[in-house]
Design a protein around this ligand. Structure first.
Ligand code: EPZ
Length: 433
């Protein structure tokens, strides 16, 4: 196992390039199943999840070609073309799906293109049991029959084609919205999706689907209307910048009393939930020609109360990072996690570094301390591992973050990007526990 070793206490200054968004790239890649023609995606980040999904798609018959590996120019994403002349298998196997929950996003496209799909249930993960009932109910509203057998979902569209329907989500779900939108593009008739999730990554997906010939209206709203078409055609789409990476490195700048220009992140208008919270904690954001300059506009981070919400509220994917920042706040902060039932796995590890955090149900009370102490810590999930890196950047002495395969799933070139801004951080292969 690898680990990351960080010596804390160094201000971060300089420029840091923001990569393409993992949570936009994954559904966009699945959209390639919908067409027999080529979908070319650029600004794809070099991440483990992207490679895992690429392997899964190839198993369904997708021909992939790396048009540009993005390694020649620093911090450039990769360009990959995806062509699916025919679907060779409609089965998404457990050994791949269990590694990455987003694999469930092949279900809608397979069902739409082939009239059937057999996908392993994703199973839970560290942050919760992650059900897919909303996905399945949506497909049933579109005429599909759903059976669960031996840990697999078997979905069939009678007559080989889904029908347009009204899908009204009782609770907001990003993945379910994405799955149903993709399936509806090829359904016969019109589908109305109500109480749809409004995350910017969904808008990015809809823009790409429309470029492929889909007829989707209501982008960015909670009601999407999809007029089914017979086929989709080729398109080229650039993946939007990663708003969670942007927020994560903004926190790094604030915690280290530094100043970082986040390049390629034209996101301030789609990050209102995140920026609103960070500004109330005392961060300053100054748009520049290349992105946004971030620094802490006061001596210490201000303790504030934070509640995670579906977009456009404060995102759950920023909760662990903001909690790391609040461990050193002036005063105290109450953080309420309303989206996932177990997304405080970073708390015991931050506590080992000297943080003062008390959990009561879905609320965490964080009292600011004078300093954190470096320690060996264990990453448990993607965003929790980032919170530990952030804490290590400001802790006394050295912090060793173990199980960093979690980080590799969602943060491209993290060590390189932070080192270039002055962090004392190295990856130690094989030294982790
Ligand atoms: C997406 O997950 C993101 N992943 C998550 O990011 C993100 O935290 C989450 O949306 C919320 O914003 C990707 O985009 C690949 P949901 P998803 O369906 O689609 C419940 C990261 O760190 N629910 O919006 O799985 C669910 O249990 C990852 O990058 C049902 O009950 O999230 C959760 O409590 C982590 N039934 C809530 O809804 C369902 O059928 C929100 O889940 C589906 C979801």
């Amino acid at each position: 196992m690898d680990r990351i070793a960080i010596t804390g206490g160094f201000r971060l200054e300089g420029q840091l390039a923001i990569s393409g968004a993992k949570n936009a790239a994954l559904p966009l890649m699945c959209a390639s199943l919908l067409s027999a023609e080529t979908l070319t995606l650029s600004n794809l980040p070099h991440l483990a999840d992207i490679s895992t999904l690429k392997t899964l798609l190839e198993g369904h018959g997708v021909k992939t070609k790396v048009e540009d590996d993005g390694q020649t120019i620093a911090n450039k994403g990769q360009t990959i073309s995806f062509t699916t002349p025919e679907i060779t298998s409609t089965v998404a196997p457990y050994d791949i799906v269990r590694k990455m929950r987003a694999s469930i996003l092949v279900l809608g496209p397979l069902l739409a293109r082939m009239g059937e799909a057999t996908v392993s249930l994703p199973g839970g993960c560290a942050i919760g049991n992650r059900p897919i009932d909303l996905h399945l109910k949506g497909f049933e509203e579109m005429g599909a029959t759903i059976e669960l057998e031996e840990g697999y979902v078997r979905a069939v569209a009678p007559g080989g084609r889904l029908k347009g329907g009204i899908v009204n989500f009782p609770t907001v779900s990003v993945g379910a919205t994405e799955n149903i939108v993709m399936a509806a593009t090829l359904a016969s008739g019109t589908t109305l999706i109500e109480n749809a999730a409004r995350e910017p990554e969904i808008s990015d997906l809809v823009l790409c689907l429309n470029a492929m010939g889909a007829k989707i209206s209501g982008i960015g709203t909670k009601t999407l209307k999809v007029i089914g078409v017979d086929r989709l055609h080729s398109a080229h789409h650039s993946v939007m910048p990663d708003r969670i990476e942007t927020g994560s490195y903004a926190v790094a700048a604030a915690m280290t009393q530094g100043e970082i220009e986040l390049i390629g992140s034209n996101l301030l208008d789609v990050m209102t939930g995140t920026v609103g919270v960070l500004k109330s904690a005392g961060l300053d954001f100054t748009p520049t020609d290349n992105g946004v300059l971030v620094k802490l506009g006061r001596d210490k981070v201000k303790g504030i109360n934070v509640t995670t919400q579906p977009y456009p509220g404060f995102p759950t994917d920023m909760q662990a990072q903001v909690m790391a920042m609040m461990t050193l706040c002036d005063g105290a902060s109450v953080i309420d996690e309303t989206i996932f039932e177990n997304r405080f796995m970073h708390v015991p590890e931050l506590t080992r570094m000297g943080a003062d955090i008390t959990i009561r149900g879905s609320s965490a009370m964080v009292r600011g301390v004078e300093h954190l102490l470096g320690a060996p810590v264990m990453a448990t999930d993607l965003r929790a591992s980032m919170s530990l890196v952030l804490a290590g950047l400001v802790a006394d002495r050295q912090t060793f973050v173990n199980r960093i395969y979690h980080l590799d799933r969602g943060y491209e070139r993290l060590v390189e990007k932070l080192s270039a801004c002055g962090a004392h951080i190295i990856r130690e292969d094989g030294k982790g526990i």
